[in-house]
Write a protein of this length. Structure first.
Length: 152
Protein backbone atom coordinates (compact mmCIF):
# COMPACT_ATOMS: atom_id res chain seq x y z
CA UNK A 1 0.00 0.00 0.00
CA UNK A 2 1.26 3.48 -0.63
CA UNK A 3 0.40 7.00 0.38
CA UNK A 4 0.61 8.84 -2.85
CA UNK A 5 -0.02 12.53 -2.64
CA UNK A 6 -0.70 15.33 -0.22
CA UNK A 7 -0.63 18.76 -1.79
CA UNK A 8 -1.13 22.12 -0.20
CA UNK A 9 -1.18 25.57 -1.73
CA UNK A 10 -2.58 29.01 -1.06
CA UNK A 11 -4.86 31.09 -3.20
CA UNK A 12 -8.43 32.30 -3.53
CA UNK A 13 -11.47 30.29 -2.51
CA UNK A 14 -12.45 27.32 -4.63
CA UNK A 15 -15.73 28.92 -5.72
CA UNK A 16 -13.97 31.03 -8.34
CA UNK A 17 -14.42 29.53 -11.81
CA UNK A 18 -11.35 28.99 -13.90
CA UNK A 19 -9.10 28.56 -10.87
CA UNK A 20 -6.14 26.27 -11.39
CA UNK A 21 -3.62 24.29 -9.37
CA UNK A 22 -0.02 25.59 -9.23
CA UNK A 23 0.77 23.19 -12.10
CA UNK A 24 -2.02 24.69 -14.24
CA UNK A 25 -4.74 22.03 -13.94
CA UNK A 26 -8.21 23.62 -13.78
CA UNK A 27 -9.90 22.64 -10.52
CA UNK A 28 -12.95 21.50 -12.49
CA UNK A 29 -10.77 18.83 -14.17
CA UNK A 30 -8.87 17.80 -11.07
CA UNK A 31 -10.82 14.69 -10.06
CA UNK A 32 -10.83 13.25 -13.58
CA UNK A 33 -7.09 13.89 -13.98
CA UNK A 34 -6.32 12.24 -10.64
CA UNK A 35 -8.66 9.31 -11.40
CA UNK A 36 -6.97 8.78 -14.78
CA UNK A 37 -3.52 8.87 -13.20
CA UNK A 38 -4.46 6.53 -10.36
CA UNK A 39 -6.05 4.01 -12.74
CA UNK A 40 -2.60 3.38 -14.24
CA UNK A 41 -1.05 2.34 -10.92
CA UNK A 42 -3.61 1.22 -8.34
CA UNK A 43 -4.17 -2.48 -8.83
CA UNK A 44 -1.07 -2.64 -11.03
CA UNK A 45 1.93 -1.50 -8.97
CA UNK A 46 0.16 -0.65 -5.72
CA UNK A 47 -2.92 -2.22 -4.11
CA UNK A 48 -4.16 1.12 -2.78
CA UNK A 49 -3.45 4.79 -2.29
CA UNK A 50 -5.01 7.99 -1.02
CA UNK A 51 -4.92 11.45 -2.54
CA UNK A 52 -5.67 14.52 -0.42
CA UNK A 53 -5.37 18.11 -1.63
CA UNK A 54 -5.41 21.04 0.75
CA UNK A 55 -5.99 24.63 -0.31
CA UNK A 56 -5.84 27.51 2.16
CA UNK A 57 -5.94 25.03 5.04
CA UNK A 58 -9.11 23.33 3.76
CA UNK A 59 -9.40 19.86 2.22
CA UNK A 60 -10.70 20.37 -1.31
CA UNK A 61 -10.20 16.82 -2.57
CA UNK A 62 -9.97 13.54 -0.69
CA UNK A 63 -10.36 10.16 -2.31
CA UNK A 64 -9.19 6.61 -1.75
CA UNK A 65 -8.22 4.23 -4.52
CA UNK A 66 -7.93 0.47 -4.36
CA UNK A 67 -7.58 -1.63 -1.24
CA UNK A 68 -6.09 -1.10 2.20
CA UNK A 69 -6.61 -4.84 2.81
CA UNK A 70 -7.00 -6.98 -0.30
CA UNK A 71 -7.86 -10.23 1.49
CA UNK A 72 -10.72 -8.67 3.45
CA UNK A 73 -11.70 -6.33 0.58
CA UNK A 74 -11.35 -3.20 2.70
CA UNK A 75 -11.07 -0.20 0.43
CA UNK A 76 -8.78 2.77 1.07
CA UNK A 77 -10.58 5.55 2.92
CA UNK A 78 -8.42 8.68 3.31
CA UNK A 79 -10.15 9.58 6.57
CA UNK A 80 -9.73 6.11 8.11
CA UNK A 81 -6.85 4.23 6.46
CA UNK A 82 -3.55 4.43 8.29
CA UNK A 83 -0.47 4.44 6.08
CA UNK A 84 2.93 3.54 7.46
CA UNK A 85 5.44 6.25 6.74
CA UNK A 86 8.65 5.35 5.03
CA UNK A 87 10.93 6.75 2.39
CA UNK A 88 8.16 8.98 1.07
CA UNK A 89 8.81 11.16 4.12
CA UNK A 90 12.28 11.99 2.75
CA UNK A 91 10.68 13.83 -0.16
CA UNK A 92 8.57 15.92 2.22
CA UNK A 93 11.66 16.81 4.27
CA UNK A 94 13.71 17.75 1.19
CA UNK A 95 10.87 19.82 -0.26
CA UNK A 96 10.26 21.60 3.04
CA UNK A 97 13.94 22.44 3.46
CA UNK A 98 14.19 23.82 -0.07
CA UNK A 99 11.01 25.90 0.37
CA UNK A 100 12.40 27.34 3.62
CA UNK A 101 15.68 28.14 1.86
CA UNK A 102 13.88 29.77 -1.08
CA UNK A 103 11.87 31.90 1.38
CA UNK A 104 15.11 32.95 3.11
CA UNK A 105 14.05 31.35 6.40
CA UNK A 106 17.11 29.05 6.66
CA UNK A 107 20.68 29.32 5.43
CA UNK A 108 22.06 26.06 4.05
CA UNK A 109 25.60 27.50 4.01
CA UNK A 110 25.68 27.54 7.83
CA UNK A 111 25.98 23.74 7.88
CA UNK A 112 29.06 23.98 5.65
CA UNK A 113 30.71 26.57 7.89
CA UNK A 114 30.19 24.75 11.21
CA UNK A 115 31.47 21.28 10.37
CA UNK A 116 33.30 19.32 13.04
CA UNK A 117 36.91 18.76 11.97
CA UNK A 118 36.92 15.32 13.63
CA UNK A 119 33.91 14.18 11.65
CA UNK A 120 34.56 12.49 8.27
CA UNK A 121 33.48 14.30 5.13
CA UNK A 122 30.46 13.13 3.17
CA UNK A 123 32.81 11.71 0.53
CA UNK A 124 34.76 9.72 3.14
CA UNK A 125 31.56 8.37 4.65
CA UNK A 126 30.12 7.33 1.29
CA UNK A 127 33.34 5.60 0.28
CA UNK A 128 33.67 3.77 3.61
CA UNK A 129 30.05 2.66 3.86
CA UNK A 130 29.32 1.85 0.24
CA UNK A 131 26.80 -1.00 0.15
CA UNK A 132 27.83 -4.35 -1.30
CA UNK A 133 24.67 -4.54 -3.39
CA UNK A 134 25.54 -1.95 -6.04
CA UNK A 135 24.36 -3.10 -9.46
CA UNK A 136 24.50 -1.75 -12.98
CA UNK A 137 21.38 0.27 -13.85
CA UNK A 138 18.53 -1.93 -15.05
CA UNK A 139 19.97 -5.22 -13.76
CA UNK A 140 18.46 -5.49 -10.28
CA UNK A 141 15.78 -3.61 -8.39
CA UNK A 142 17.08 -3.09 -4.84
CA UNK A 143 16.20 -0.64 -2.09
CA UNK A 144 19.01 1.49 -0.78
CA UNK A 145 19.46 4.77 1.07
CA UNK A 146 22.91 5.09 -0.48
CA UNK A 147 21.51 7.13 -3.38
CA UNK A 148 20.18 9.71 -0.91
CA UNK A 149 23.73 10.24 0.36
CA UNK A 150 25.02 10.60 -3.18
CA UNK A 151 22.27 13.10 -4.00
CA UNK A 152 23.11 15.21 -0.97
Amino acid sequence: MSLLLLFSWSGNALAYTGEKTPSGIPLTELEKRIDDFMSKYVGETSPGAAVVLIKDGEIIFSKGYGYADIENEIRVDPSETIFEYGSISKLFVYTTIMRLWEEGRIDLRVALLTTNKNRPTMEQTLREFQPMQVYKPGEVSAYSNYAVGLAS
